[in-house]
Write a protein of this length. Structure first.
Length: 202
């Protein structure tokens, strides 16, 4: 307010003017600060995974969607992207886990070269823990092929979540065609089924 206008005001009007100005400053300073959008908010800016195992925790509360972005695997619009190109054939396990706000993260895997020309490879499935549990994706990857991971909101909004990607060392008899002979009966066999997978149609 200019000195000329202030000079024409009564002392009560001046006090009111100062109070209004002080309250305006208070509300401006108290306005909530919004987190920046994740750097991998768009498909073209997908975070490159250079080696396995990989683990990253990201605040995706300000993630958004793109006009031609698909919402597969029960995923919503808000999403972030990652990409990985293996040097050799391997089995991969990816897990998306929101253990802070306990929102389920919809995880999907694609191949392709552009957002409008992607092929859905796999959808995440919930672990045996049930609702609000981590989303798991197991798939076989081919050397030289780039795979895109999309982590999207499942229950209305993304929060802070962790994405883990690792090479999956499967049991030698994971597939039916590689079934382990039992031999003579009676027989006792010990096995580690931690990284066992499900075959199509099994």
């Amino acid at each position: 307010m200019s000195p000329l206008i202030m000079a024409r005001l009564t002392w009560r009007q001046r006090i009111c003017a100062f109070i209004v100005a002080a309250l305006a400053c208070l509300f401006v300073s108290a306005a909530p600060a919004h987190a920046a959008a994740p750097t991998n908010d768009n498909f073209a800016d997908a975070t490159e995974i250079t080696q396995l195992p990989f683990s990253e925790t990201v605040d995706a509360s300000e993630a958004s969607g793109e006009p031609s972005e698909e919402t597969d695997c029960n995923g919503g619009v808000a999403s972030v992207w990652y990409r990985f190109t293996p040097d050799e054939d391997m089995s991969i396990r990816a897990e998306a886990n929101d253990n802070i706000t306990f929102r389920t993260v919809a995880l999907s895997v694609y191949t392709g070269t552009s957002l409008d020309a992607l092929t859905l490879l796999a959808c995440g499935s919930q672990s045996p823990l049930g609702y609000f549990s981590p989303q798991l994706v197991d798939f076989d990857a081919t050397a030289g092929t780039t795979y895109y991971f999309r982590a999207a909101d499942f229950t209305g909004a993304l929060g802070t979540f962790t994405l883990d990607v690792e090479e999956l060392i499967r049991p030698v008899n994971d597939d039916r065609t590689n079934a382990q002979p039992v031999g003579d009966l009676p027989a006792s066999v010990s096995a580690d089924t931690t990284n066992a997978t499900v075959e199509p149609g099994e």
